[in-house]
Write a protein that binds this ligand. Structure first.
Ligand code: SAM
Ligand code: SF4
Length: 481
């Protein structure tokens, strides 16, 4: 497939205004204008961020230009406060599920690229998808992210059939998947309508890099070579009624400051156009991938810069979830929970079929190498030791609280009232059904500490929470406010 080919199904779709809204010259100008900020200006922006109303793109650019470590520490601390106020001590967990690694694209950084013969190709059958799902359910997962490469063999009908099968699959002990998010190649508006009917949670698609020349270099052929088609994907999703969307950039392909401003412009554009910004922003950093021509990031993002950019996103769009994957090391993940990250993948395999196989990983099927390969039980133990509630909550999605409805709920008081108890219920379920004795002990201590916190603020609510926790202890499932 040639890079300039313009497939028929794309002809009828209008190229949206987003391609004008996010342009390189504008981003460079914003960053230029923000360079060499004064201490006073930075302090003023940090103070404003603590009001939990977010920051303008220009204000975020000022923070991006700060090099002084003391000032950076100040906004890392502000991000910690904002994170804690809005999300409390909850961390949402999910598992990626690769249906297939077949792909017609040739992204230079990915091992699934079409002419990479170092990778064994695999497309899961519907029966194999069910087996994978059972393996995940047996670990206690409730939330999945479905991914595929882009090829006619894994078209939308296949993906939809797989999603349906995954929702229907139960284990012998009643394990079930309650929310399936989807990360597949951009669709037409008509196809998005079909995807919506499959009752998906969030639709996610990363622009990879918003810098056009770099995008062109990194995506030399296949349908993904069309930058505008990818950038306008969220407009088509919104027009099809999918208002729960996730954006992201692959950090390391181009200057991180440019990408952060572009992500914020994208977010602002969606908010202005559809009345609601993205539900999540993902921040993957480029990792080496087997057989990929690009092994080292052309613009490496140091740990310091990565911390800084996560904190700036947290302050700029406080109600947008930030997702981190197992691409990051354990230490980095632990640290970023503090400064802004609200969702992580856990116990991940990026190999189609990787969950059923023993814990041995098959490197020659994998998309990229992972740093955190601990089993779920260990991750949960670690998280609860740090005082966080690992959450598998899907209440908002199941009660239809998406888009603006979700944003209305995502206010600090409401979070204490709904999200924290709901997270505790799903965690309790996990502890009763799946945890090892050691993790169970740590988890119960964590839950008791949080129950006490609720009691100090609102004894009536604490009583209701306690009642539900006891019901779960006695075998009830799926309780939420
Ligand atoms: N094929 C679809 C696409 O490209 O959007 C969906 C799934 S693709 C498997 C998911 C994401 O993996 C890509 O958007 C890319 O950002 C990320 N990815 C690919 N290669 C990577 C690497 N070497 N390191 C880190 N992330 C990578
Ligand atoms: Fe295919 Fe996605 Fe990998 Fe690109 S990133 S090669 S589109 S799977």
């Amino acid at each position: 497939m040639g890079s300039l080919s313009f497939p028929d199904h794309r002809r009828g779709e209008s190229r949206s205004k987003v391609c004008e809204y996010i342009n390189g010259d504008k981003i460079e100008a914003i960053l230029e204008e923000a360079s060499n900020p004064s201490e006073e200006e930075v302090n003023h922006i940090i103070k404003k961020s603590l009001e939990l109303k977010g920051l303008s793109v220009e204000e975020a650019a000022v923070l991006l230009q700060v090099e002084d470590q003391e000032l950076i520490n100040k906004f890392l601390e502000a991000a910690r406060k904002v994170k804690e106020k809005i999300y409390g001590k909850r961390l949402v967990l999910f598992a990626p599920l690769y249906f297939s690694n077949l792909c017609t694209n040739s992204c230079l950084y990915c091992s699934f690229r079409h002419n990479n013969n170092k990778v064994k190709r695999k497309k899961l059958s519907i029966e194999e998808i069910k087996e994978e799902v059972r393996a995940l359910e047996r670990e206690g997962h409730k939330r999945l992210l479905v991914l595929t490469g882009e090829t006619p063999e894994t078209d939308l009908d296949y993906v939809v059939e797989g999603i349906k099968a995954a929702y229907e699959t139960r284990t012998e002990h009643g394990g079930e998947i309650r929310r399936i998010n989807v990360e597949i190649a951009p669709l037409t508006t008509e196809d998005f309508k079909k995807l919506k009917e499959a009752k998906i949670g969030t639709y996610t698609c990363f622009q990879e890099t918003y810098h056009r020349p770099t995008y062109k270099k990194m995506h030399p052929s296949g349908p993904k070579a069309d930058y505008d088609w990818r950038l306008s994907v969220m407009d088509r999703a919104q027009q099809a009624g999918i208002d729960d969307i996730g954006i992201g950039a692959l950090f390391g392909l181009y200057d991180y400051k440019f990408e952060v401003i572009a992500l914020l412009l994208h977010s602002e554009y969606l908010d202005k156009t559809y009345g609601v910004g993205p539900h999540t922003i993902s921040v993957p950093r480029l990792n080496p991938a087997l057989g990929a021509p690009v092994q080292e990031p052309p613009y490496p993002v140091s740990d310091e810069d990565f911390r800084k950019l996560v904190a700036i996103l947290r302050l700029a769009v406080p109600y947008t979830g930030i997702i981190l994957s197992t691409r990051e090391s354990i230490d980095m993940r632990n640290e970023l929970f503090l400064h802004g990250v609200s969702q992580i993948s856990a116990g991940s395999r990026t190999t189609p079929g990787g969950y059923r196989e023993a814990r041995e990983r098959e490197h020659d099927l994998e998309q990229f190498s992972l740093h955190d390969i601990r089993p779920m039980d260990e991750i949960i133990a670690e998280i609860s030791k740090q005082g966080y509630i690992p959450s598998f909550c899907t209440a908002c999605y199941r009660l239809g609280r998406t888009g603006q409805d979700f944003m209305d709920l995502a206010k600090p008081g409401k979070i204490q009232e709904f999200c924290k108890p709901n997270a505790m219920f799903t965690f309790k379920e996990y502890l009763v059904d799946y945890a090892s004795p050691e993790t169970r002990k740590l988890g119960e201590e964590c839950l008791q500490a949080h129950l006490k916190e609720i009691k100090d603020l609102n004894p009536m609510l604490a009583q209701k929470v306690k009642t539900n926790l006891t019901k779960i202890e006695n075998g009830e499932h799926d309780l939420y406010f």
